[in-house]
Design a binder for this molecule. Sequence first.
Ligand code: AMP
Length: 216
Amino acid sequence: MITLALSKGRIFDETLPLLKAAGIEVLENPDTSRKLILTTNQPGVRVLLVRATDVPTYVEHGGADLGVTGKDTLIEHGGQGLYQPLDLQIAQCRVSVAVRADFDYASAIRQGSRLKVATKYTAIAREFFASKGVHVDLIKLYGSMELAPLTGLADAIVDLVSTGNTLKANHLIEVERIMDISSRLVVNQAALKLKRAAIRPLLDAFSRAIAASETP
Ligand code: AMP
């Protein structure tokens, strides 16, 4: 049995075509079913639904053999014990710094001001501002980061941006692009050795599907 950990939403939706290319179809719809373990048309493959931030933990400790997780989540987790064979190029977005439209970020940086930065991505934010030589007080949040600059909790946020619509709707502007993000396949290192015969064909099918989607 191979167990694949996915999170609901973009990652689940965008992994389905890759699974299909490997001959795997998930038989239950996570939006209508309350089940957390989903069966597939392959008796030897099942899908586990976990929180996005828990995918690396499940795979690291062998609760799942494989998983799909954003580069952002992997960096925050640290990636220990995980083999990362493939960039699946799905759920693409970026991690950026955003501020209120009336906050002069450039002059705050120029003057060496200490910035209050709210984020879920403390590792990424710490490394980014340290590399710029900017002093920051990081405020860890778990959601709705856009509220932080609007309420005076922080001067800036570090968050995922895709279309930019969420920032715009909250009168925030993107002032720095920290890194591009896509989702990776992660594999438990022991499972890769012990279940190689089952996992290898899956990796090969995913690689072919990614290569095919890249070809214009
Ligand atoms: P957007 O309005 O399209 O810029 O999307 C931004 C919102 O969607 C933010 O709240 C992000 O946290 C979330 N978001 C965007 N892209 C992703 C992604 N690839 N994975 C998870 N959340 C995302």
